[in-house]
Unconditional design. Structure first.
Length: 318
């Protein structure tokens, strides 16, 4: 590792820390964008420079946040941004040589790891909040009330919400919170990994070949975990609260496999552009239902491997 790599790793960490700090203030849209970009420089350092510069950058960013804020904020950064970047980048760059050929760690397993990490972080967040629907409702309701008051205080803004409306809004937020936490973390990690991969590929510094998305597959065990976690969420409200984050992250992972299947089966179709455009439009407009449909397709592919069977099947008789 050269001194230049060390300096670039430190710079990546400082950039990530500054973006993380900036994401705590300002308009909501800009905060969301900054939150998505927080770990990007770490992934870029890991894929472009190597694992040690990534470790140096992660340590520097966590230390800077600790010095500028407090231990809790530094712990949140380390757990939600630095550790996923370290784990996912490390797995992406793992390879083994066999019979003169290099086999890279499957991207599907990297995606499963991202889902497991996001689900675990969602579990930890909700456990700290009380791991109980009633406790979480009590914690969130004051925030909803303050938000409603801020809207009604703006000239020409919305009318003041009643107690029943605030309660209904709070219930909706509580119901969607486990999935929202895990999905936001998983999307942030995967988007940063993908974007850093594209940048390093364009610069010629990416060590591994770019994977074929249409061949994406997940290990069979991940399907069993999804089924088990989904079944567990029906046992009680508390178990649903703690397990829904992992279930949502795994559904997204299988939805990516379903999307890969769509890419694969439309390769020879003259309607490929239209089908893909309709699929991605459906993801934007009907994201929840579209993700569920694609997840079912991905789950069926993982269990039955019909994509490979279709490749091996002979053509029609002449």
């Amino acid at each position: 590792m050269t001194p230049q790599s060390i300096l670039l790793g430190l710079a990546a960490g400082f950039v990530s820390a500054i973006v993380f700090a900036s994401a705590t203030a300002g308009p909501l849209l800009s905060r969301m964008v900054l939150f998505l970009l927080t770990p990007f420089s770490l992934y870029l350092a890991g894929l472009g420079l190597g694992f040690l510069p990534l470790l140096i950058g992660s340590a520097a960013a966590t230390t800077l946040i600790l010095l500028l804020s407090n231990p809790l904020t530094a712990l949140v950064y380390a757990a939600s941004e630095a550790l996923p970047a370290i784990a996912l980048t490390r797995m992406t760059l793992v390879a083994r040589e066999e019979d003169g050929r290099i086999y890279w760690y499957p991207i599907g397993r990297v995606i499963v790891a991202a889902a497991l990490i996001s689900g675990a972080l969602s579990f930890a967040y909700l456990a700290v909040q009380g791991a109980d629907v009633e406790a979480l409702t009590k914690a969130i309701r004051p925030e909803v009330e303050n938000f409603a008051k801020s809207l009604s205080s703006v000239p020409g803004g919305a009318q003041a919400l009643g107690e029943a409306q605030i309660g209904e809004m709070t219930s909706i937020i509580v119901a969607s919170l486990p999935g929202a936490v895990s999905l936001s973390l998983m999307l942030t990690a995967l988007a940063s990994l993908w974007l850093a991969g594209r940048v390093t590929l364009a610069s010629g510094r990416l060590a591994r070949p770019w994977p074929d998305f249409s061949k994406l597959e997940l290990p069979l065990g991940s399907a069993a975990v999804l089924v088990a976690v989904t079944a567990l969420s029906f046992t009680s409200d508390r178990m649903w609260l703690l397990s829904d984050g992992l279930a949502s992250a795994l559904r997204l992972a299988f939805a990516l496999v379903g999307l890969a299947v769509v890419h694969h089966v439309t390769r020879a179709s003259p309607w490929r552009g239209f089908i893909l455009a309709a699929t991605y439009t459906g993801l934007l407009i009907l994201s929840r239902h579209a993700i569920l449909i694609l997840a079912l397709i991905g789950l069926a592919e993982t269990v039955f491997h019909y994509r490979n069977a279709a490749q091996r099947s002979p053509g029609p008789p002449s």
